[in-house]
Write a protein that binds this ligand. Structure first.
Ligand SMILES: N[C@@H](CCC(=O)N[C@@H](CS)C(=O)NCC(=O)O)C(=O)O
Length: 211
């Protein structure tokens, strides 16, 4: 059984919940009191689960893996159907996906940091993070607009991949970081398309259009 060390409000944990849902994988959630408990920084967590004191962490029958992007690569490689679209077996597609997995980390360092500051009062260099957040959102918007002209709706191809899942949460949660998405129309259309994919699941701050 797969276990996910999880926090309901974490966009990084949500990435793995979303992929496991779309893959139809059963999993057990191990709730971690990120706020206010800071349980991810406890001695027990740092010594036994993740030395970096971060969420999410996957445990697949004793194979323990920290980092949301690493988790997406692992789960899609291990559990997607042969020929599946989440992490295609194609060198160029994987190169493009890796590019967006790196951008996803930029979104965590920028938009997630501002959101945690506004929500929980955690310290952050707001001006710098806002500027970096907008840089990443602009890059996503420009890319998606260009892809749209070529009849391609997703970040790394004609089908959604783990690149889309990795970048989705903190782009969709930008409003909670008080970043205005109105100047990113292609990005907004992509968020809409993600939310309307069959089998989509929500998280607080990202609404399920079916509900
Ligand atoms: N690169 C990591 C970053 C994970 C991360 O920053 N997680 C947040 C929760 S969403 C966290 O644990 N923050 C506490 C910290 O960085 O000390 C990943 O993608 O999983």
């Amino acid at each position: 059984m797969i276990r996910l060390y999880d926090y309901e409000l974490s966009g990084n944990c949500y990435k793995l919940r979303l992929l496991m849902h779309w893959l139809g994988l059963p999993f057990e959630r191990v709730p971690v009191d990120f706020h206010p408990g800071r349980a991810h920084k406890s001695d027990a967590f740092v010594q036994n689960v993740n030395p970096l004191g971060q969420l999410p962490v996957l445990d697949d029958d004793g194979f323990v893996l920290r980092d949301a992007q690493a988790g997406l690569v692992y789960l899609a490689s291990r559990y997607d159907t042969p020929g599946g679209h989440w992490y295609p077996d194609d060198a160029q597609a994987r190169g493009r996906i890796q590019l967006w997995l790196s951008t996803a980390d930029d979104l965590t360092r920028s938009i997630s940091a501002v959101r945690l500051h506004h929500s929980f009062g955690l310290p952050a260099d707001i001006a710098r993070c806002e500027q970096q957040g907008h840089t990443a959102l602009r890059l996503l918007d420009d890319t998606l607009a260009e892809h749209h002209y070529r009849g391609q709706s997703w970040l790394a191809g004609r089908e959604p991949s783990i690149a889309d899942i990795a970048c989705f949460p903190y782009a969709a949660l930008a409003g909670e970081a008080r970043l205005d998405l109105r100047c990113y129309p292609a990005l907004q259309a992509w968020i809409h398309a993600m939310r309307h994919r069959p089998g989509f699941i929500a998280m607080p701050g990202i609404i399920d259009p079916a509900l």
